[in-house]
Write a protein that binds this ligand. Structure first.
Ligand SMILES: *[C@@H]1O[C@H](CO)[C@@H](O)[C@H](O)[C@H]1NC(C)=O
Ligand SMILES: *[C@@H]1O[C@H](CO)[C@@H](O)[C@H](O)[C@H]1NC(C)=O
Length: 171
């Protein structure tokens, strides 16, 4: 075991590279975000009817992200299936959650949530969440986001070749 100093330094550098690559992989794999619906207001009758649409438009939702609806007083979360039901505050027989907090996942496409109690929905307690194609996509017009993001097919070979080069130096 008589490594030269230069060789030992290279080995340490390669270990650091490997750790950085590992951290990147972990970060990419766990990049899902948890959103508290409505921010500090939570899930309630908002001060105006555009409140939740404004809140949602300030976020980028990716498939696999988490939505948390939290409330204190008398509310619920009813998921309606169409934009027409959402627009009209139609109280359908969709999935309904009565107890705060409600934790649910962002899926592909759009999910529509309303509060089915009294006039709460008509007064703005409703939320539409539309997901983008991949995690960490900056807000861009629909259609252009998928192509502008370096997908796993691009990132993964770069990571693997970095690992391969590191091992060549270690050996
Ligand atoms: C519920 O009440 C608690 C205690 O007053 C408060 O800390 C919390 O922010 C409230 N949550 C919502 C969603 O209003
Ligand atoms: C709605 O209420 C929020 C919170 O009070 C406020 O920031 C926003 O400007 C209001 N929007 C409109 C259109 O009044």
């Amino acid at each position: 075991m008589d490594h030269s100093m230069g060789r030992r330094r290279l080995f340490i550098m390669d270990c650091l590279v490997l750790i950085m690559v590992a951290l990147n992989i972990i970060e990419a794999a766990t990049a899902a975000t948890t959103f508290e619906v409505g921010g500090s207001l939570g899930w309630t009758v908002p001060p105006n009817t555009s409140y939740y649409a404004t809140w949602a438009s300030s976020k980028t939702f990716a498939v696999g992200d988490t939505l948390e609806f939290k409330w204190n007083s008398t509310h619920n979360v009813l998921e309606v299936m169409t934009k027409a039901e959402y627009d009209g505050c139609t109280k359908t027989n969709g999935p309904i959650w009565e107890t705060s907090p409600v934790v649910t996942t962002v899926t592909a496409g759009t999910r529509y949530f309303i509060c089915s109690i009294g006039t709460h929905c008509a007064r703005g307690q409703k939320l539409a969440v539309t997901s983008v194609a991949s995690a960490n996509v900056p807000t861009t017009p629909p259609g252009s986001s998928a192509s502008s993001f370096p997908t796993a097919s691009v990132v993964l070979p770069a990571i693997l070749s970095t690992i391969a080069i590191s091992f060549i130096f270690v050996i």
